[in-house]
Design a protein. Structure first.
Length: 422
C-alpha cells in the first residue's frame, strides 16, 4: 500500500505547485518521462513472446521490434541532455507508432495507447506545443490504421469505409487532447490561486513573527527607556540644567528611540482603517517628489508622466501612500552606487493591468539570493535595514487591490513597480 502511494505521489509531483527554492518543474517532468519510458520498454520486451505466440508479431519483424526498444534504451541513457519536452514526447510517439506498425497496426489490442499519448502529451507541453503534438499524433494514428483498420458495418449491415472510421478516431483523439488542455488550464488557474493563498499565509506567519519580536522588544526596552527618561527629567529639574545642551540632546535621542519602537509595532495595513481621499494621482506623486527633492537636492530625480495618466483621479489613503512613495525613494537613493550623481527615475503610466507607478535606480540591482523573499519582514539588502518599509508598501498595495513588483532593467539597477487597479 505504501509503495503504491509513493508511486502515485511520484507521478503527480511534477504537476503540483512547489515552493521549494531551486525547484524546477521541467526537470521533474523530464525525470518522470524517463521513468515512464523504462516501464514502457520493460512492458514491450515482456510482450515479445505472447505477441509471437498470438501471431501479432511475425518472426522476421522481431529484429526491428527489438531495435526500436534498443533505441529507446539508448535514448533513455543519453537523452537527458535533450532538455526539450516536445522532442522527448515526439520520440516516444514515433517509437509507439513504429512498434504498432510491425505488430498488426489497429488489430493490436494495445493500439489504444495512441489515445493515451494524446492525453499525456498536453499534460507535459504548453498549449501551442500541445496542438502541434496532437497533429503529429493524428498523423501517426492515420498511418498506423491506414491499411489495418478493420471493416465495420452500420445498422443496416452495410460495410463502412475505413476512412470514415479513421476520421472518427482522429476526431476523438483531438477531443481527448483538447479536453486535457482545458482541464490543465483549470488546474493551472487553481494552482495560481493556491500559490497566492500560500504566499498570503506566509505573510501572515511573518506578521505574527513581527508581533512576537515586537513584544520581546517592548519587554526588553521598556524598563531601561523609562529609567533613562526618569533620570533625564530629574536632571532637568536641577538648578542650572539649562546650561547643559547635552541633556536636551539625550532627551531628543530618547524620544527618537521611543518613536522607532512604536514604528516597529505599526507594521500592518488594514484597508478598513484607512482614510481615503479622491486625488489626482499625477499631481500627488509630483508633489511628493518635490517635497522629497528638497530634503535631497543633490539627487537627480526625473519624473515622467504618461499623457493618459495625467488626469486620472484615484481614491487613495493619502498619508500612508505618500509615506510608501517616500520610503521607496529612500531605498532607491540608498541602493545607488554612484557617489558623484545619484539618479532616480519615476514614471507614471496607464497600462492594461491598471495604473503603473515605477521607481528606478542605477544601483547594483537585487541580490539573487533574496529576490524571491523581498517584501518579507527583516529581509533587506541594507546592512541596518529591517525590510518593514517594503513589507508595509506591499501590504498597502494589496489592501488597495494592487500589487508591488520588482524587476532589473537592462541598463542595471532595480525598478520597483506599484500597480493600482483602475
Amino acid at each position: 500500500m505504501r509503495k503504491a502511494h509513493r508511486m502515485i505521489h511520484q507521478l503527480i509531483e511534477p504537476f503540483q505547485p512547489s515552493f521549494i527554492d531551486g525547484y524546477n518543474a521541467e526537470n521533474e517532468k523530464l525525470a518522470l518521462l524517463v521513468r515512464l519510458r523504462w516501464v514502457f520498454i520493460l512492458a514491450q520486451l515482456l510482450l515479445i513472446y505472447p505477441a509471437v505466440k498470438l501471431e501479432y508479431l511475425l518472426i522476421d519483424r522481431i529484429p526491428f521490434y527489438i531495435g526500436v526498444n534498443l533505441v529507446l534504451i539508448t535514448f533513455n541513457f543519453g537523452g537527458h541532455k535533450l532538455r526539450s519536452l516536445f522532442a522527448q514526447v515526439s520520440v516516444d510517439l514515433l517509437a509507439l507508432c513504429s512498434l504498432l506498425l510491425v505488430t498488426a497496426g489497429c488489430h493490436n489490442p494495445f493500439s489504444s495507447l495512441v489515445f493515451v499519448s494524446a492525453i499525456l502529451g498536453p499534460m507535459f507541453l504548453s498549449s501551442r506545443q500541445s496542438l502541434a503534438y496532437l497533429t503529429m499524433t493524428a498523423l501517426g494514428l492515420t498511418t498506423v490504421c491506414l491499411y489495418t483498420e478493420p471493416l465495420l458495418m452500420n445498422a443496416m449491415g452495410h460495410q463502412m469505409s475505413p476512412y470514415l472510421t479513421i476520421t472518427a478516431k482522429v476526431i476523438v483523439l483531438y477531443m481527448l487532447g483538447l479536453l486535457t488542455l482545458w482541464l490543465k488550464a483549470c488546474l493551472d488557474r487553481s494552482q495560481q490561486r493556491f500559490e497566492r493563498l500560500y504566499k498570503q499565509r506566509q505573510r501572515l506567519n511573518n506578521f505574527r513573527a513581527v508581533g512576537v519580536v515586537a513584544g520581546q522588544l517592548s519587554h526588553e526596552l521598556s524598563t531601561p527607556l523609562n529609567t533613562l527618561k526618569l533620570m533625564i527629567d530629574k536632571l532637568e529639574r536641577r538648578p542650572g540644567a539649562e546650561s547643559y545642551p547635552e541633556l536636551r540632546m539625550a532627551k531628543s535621542a530618547l524620544n527618537q528611540c521611543e518613536r522607532t519602537v512604536r514604528n516597529l509595532f505599526d507594521c500592518g495595513v488594514d484597508a478598513g482603517s484607512l482614510s481615503f481621499k479622491e486625488t489626482e494621482i499625477a499631481d500627488f506623486i509630483r508633489s511628493i517628489c518635490e517635497k522629497w527633492q528638497k530634503d535631497f537636492p543633490d539627487v537627480k530625480l526625473l519624473l515622467e508622466v504618461d499623457h493618459a495618466a495625467e488626469s486620472i483621479q484615484y481614491n487613495l489613503p493619502v498619508t500612508p501612500f505618500a509615506q510608501t512613495v517616500m520610503d521607496l525613494l529612500d531605498n532607491a537613493m540608498d541602493a545607488s552606487t554612484d557617489e558623484n550623481e545619484v539618479e532616480i527615475n519615476v514614471a507614471i503610466a496607464s497600462v492594461s493591468e491598471g495604473l503603473n507607478i515605477s521607481i528606478s535606480d542605477k544601483g547594483t540591482g537585487l541580490d539573487e539570493a533574496i529576490r524571491d523573499r523581498i517584501g518579507q519582514p527583516f529581509v533587506s539588502t541594507k546592512p541596518a535595514g529591517t525590510g518593514l518599509g517594503l513589507y508595509n508598501a506591499q501590504s498597502l498595495l494589496e489592501a488597495l487591490g494592487g500589487s508591488l513588483g520588482f524587476s532589473s532593467p537592462s541598463g542595471g539597477g532595480t525598478r520597483v513597480q506599484m500597480v493600482l487597479p483602475l
